[in-house]
Design a binder for this molecule. Structure first.
Ligand code: SF4
Length: 696
């Protein structure tokens, strides 16, 4: 990548980092990107960008890129470069051999929110139609699967309700378990703009996030709760709304299932859900809970934005449901300035879920056992499909250790670094007979792989990403794939080698098929995306230009009514004890991205070169720890070392770290506790002991 002189041409494409989905003009000299310029017409970013999208694209041509397919007989052997034909044939014959030996259900695949919609779609199609099972899952399993579950149950659709611009009409903004200025910087800036205009802010987070510290922004309430107590807190807010009659009964009577509402009212009104009872669990003073509930419920427009601090808990799905209950009870849905808005971490979390990458759902969130949908896909794909849900990622690991899941095709996801209780993951990968990794780098998972298929970066492919506001935006090829093929072409080659024919000549044909088979996408086409710049689903005959705000007249459940569900608080199994007296929670920083595979290979690394452990001054003093000291962190799952940062941004009893650098090993210590409904790992709650150690 160079940065000199005038571009010869520019191509509009979409950032491959976070779920804001900023639009950029890639300014080109020949096939070299000379700069990325935020696109003024981008409807998600309106000409703005953050440091990652604007500057951290150099990884695409980094020297670590692997551009030749490779195979090896065992993970102890050295890699051997081979032709594409040999690699694909070897991968296919290994998968077929495993199926012949262990059965049809002994193989599967994991796709990623880094992939385009079209890539995810044909990956799950290959697995369902070509492998003959539903053993497909996505990295959304470990981030927003509770969002998919909770919002589908209550609202009838697994997505956020608003467009980003809606925040400019919000009078009260409630941010729960999210750090928008670091995790979703461009939307975080838009939020700050609205707050500077006078909107009130409620933050629910164990740690002081940057939004609170921003100039001219002041949180009316920071409910600094203990990690793992979200549900007790949301129930207390519901309690105040009900017992102080702050409900929007007209909205509820017209739009919601009134029988479920009556049950919810009775439930949250119980004494054990009162702010006073909640205080003893959450640590948040009852008066603060009452004041925050009143502020939210009495605002003309109150909007909730949440992140992984909601979902990555053993009650992640319960908390999503609790948020939905609160919004329905106060009528904060269906118009500008309100809503329930999950802030998606990765560029295409929403899209990868939409495209049927969960083991129980076809594209468009339709259960694999639904007879009508099942028949539709059998006819369209000309294949016999299983009506049984397949294995989730953690079930794949369990099955591998039981010798019943022995072959994995993993695209764009580094499970050996990003999944919890990493020693267990490594053991499962070691147990498999064939692991196929398709990625742009030899990532941690590739250490356990037998076949490596070089992938293509977002600059080398055509497709679409869907951001957190359901906006489908173009991803356009600005340079030739370094390894010769785009990722969707690699999957197609593997499908054909497996004996399941695919013959797409362009991703637009894949999108046309998605539109034919998915009602909420029936009006989507590349022609429309190019003409409008982007389009928000649902996009169909009812909404040919797309849908910025959902549930304006009815919810998408079968009877059109929003459903209230009970949200009993259940303490996490992860307990603080004398041996493990502190709770570790995790988050992100602006200049880095997730496990850092991309940003660590750019200049951004100069701004933040290591993960640190934030520890409260009292806890630090107890242990003789000062900023810059090395500390050992030990949990029931494992141990690692980090450098300490003494800070009162965390409360006593809580420590915090980011997870951008593999050497810090954050997931060595996270446990295998997970959400009851979706198995989303409880990354946000790990009981640990901290001791000062000498430099490792
Ligand atoms: Fe990319 Fe997100 Fe930054 Fe926008 S806010 S430039 S999508 S990382």
């Amino acid at each position: 990548v160079i940065d000199n002189g005038q571009p010869e041409h520019a191509i509009v494409t979409t950032c491959a980092y976070c779920g804001v989905g900023c639009s950029f003009r890639a300014e080109m000299k020949g096939e070299q990107v000379i700069r990325m310029v935020p696109h003024k017409d981008g409807k998600a970013n309106h000409g703005h960008s953050c440091v990652k999208g604007r500057f951290a694209f150099g990884y695409a041509t980094h020297k670590d890129r692997i551009t030749k397919p490779m195979i090896r007989a065992s993970i102890k052997d050295a890699w051997r470069e081979v032709s594409w034909e040999e690699a694909i044939n070897h991968a296919a014959s290994e998968l077929k051999r495993i199926q012949a030996k262990y059965g049809k259900d002994s193989i599967g695949g994991i796709t990623s929110s880094r992939c385009t919609n079209e890539e995810v779609y044909i990956m799950q199609k290959l697995i369902r139609a070509g492998f003959g099972n539903n053993n497909v899952d996505t990295c959304a399993r470990v981030c927003h699967s509770p969002t998919g579950y909770g919002l589908k149950q209550t609202f009838g659709e697994s997505s956020g309700t608003q467009d980003f611009d809606s925040v400019m009409k919000a009078d009260v903004i409630m941010v729960i378990g999210a750090n928008p200025t670091d995790g979703h910087p461009v939307f975080g800036s838009q939020m700050k703009k609205r707050l500077r205009q006078g909107a009130k802010l409620i933050v629910i987070d164990p740690r002081e996030i940057d939004l609170i510290k921003s100039p001219h922004v002041k949180a009316s309430h920071h409910l600094k709760l203990r990690p793992s107590t979200n549900v007790a807190l949301i129930n207390a807010l519901g309690h105040v709304v009900v017992t102080e009659n702050l409900l929007d009964e007209a909205f509820v009577n017209e739009r919601c299932d009134v029988a479920s509402f009556a049950k919810w009212k009775t439930f949250v009104a119980q004494e054990h859900n009162s702010p006073e009872a909640s205080e003893s669990i959450t640590g948040v003073p009852a008066a603060e809970l009452r004041a925050a509930a009143r502020l939210y419920a009495t605002a003309d427009n109150a909007a909730i934005y949440y992140g992984l601090g909601v979902t990555e808990h053993s009650q992640g799905s319960t908390m999503v449901i609790g948020i939905a209950n609160l919004a329905m009870a106060t009528g904060n849905l269906g118009h500008d300035g309100v809503g329930v808005n999950p802030l998606r971490g990765q560029n295409n979390v929403q899209g990868s879920c939409d495209m049927g990458s969960f083991p129980h759902e076809f594209p468009g969130y339709r259960h694999v056992s639904d007879p009508v949908t099942h028949q539709l896909f059998e006819n369209a794909w000309q294949a016999e499909l299983s009506a049984e849900p397949g294995l989730r990622i953690p079930n794949m690991f369990e099955a591998a250790l039981d010798k019943s899941f022995m072959g994995l095709y993993c695209e764009g996801e580094d499970i050996a670094q990003s999944d919890p209780d990493i020693k267990h993951v490594h053991a499962a990968l070691r147990a498999m007979e064939c692991v196929i990794v398709q990625d742009i780098f030899l990532n941690e998972t590739a250490k356990f792989a037998h076949v490596f298929l070089p992938g293509s970066s977002f600059l080398e492919k055509n497709g679409t990403f869907t951001n957190a506001e359901r906006r489908i935006s173009p991803v356009r090829k600005v340079m030739s794939p370094l390894a010769g093929y785009q990722d969707w072409e690699v999957t197609q080659m593997l499908a054909n080698a497996m004996g399941y024919p695919m013959s797409y000549s362009h991703p637009s044909e894949i999108m046309d098929e998605i539109a034919r088979l998915t009602p909420s996408f029936s009006g989507v086409s590349y022609e429309k995306i190019d003409r409008l710049g982007s389009v928000q689903w649902p996009c169909n005959d009812e909404a040919p230009e797309g849908t910025p705000i959902m549930h304006t007249e009815h919810f998408l459940r079968d009877n059109g009514k929003g459903l209230f569900m009970l949200t009993e608080f259940v303490p996490t199994a992860e307990r603080v004890t004398g041996k493990y007296p502190l709770i570790l929670t995790t988050g992100r920083i602006l200049s880095q991205y997730n496990v850092g595979a991309q940003t660590r290979r750019t200049e951004n690394v100069a701004w933040h070169s290591e993960d640190r452990l934030e520890i409260h001054p009292h806890d630090a003093e107890d242990r003789g720890v000062k900023t810059g000291d090395w500390v050992g962190i030990k949990s029931r799952a494992g141990e690692t070392v980090l450098r300490a940062l003494v800070s009162d941004r965390v409360q006593p009893g809580v420590v915090y770290t980011t997870f951008h650098f593999p050497e810090s090993g954050a997931n060595v210590i996270t446990t295998d506790n997970s959400d009851w409904a979706t198995n989303c790992p409880e990354y946000k709650v790990t009981a640990v002991q901290i001791t000062k150690v000498s430099q490792p």
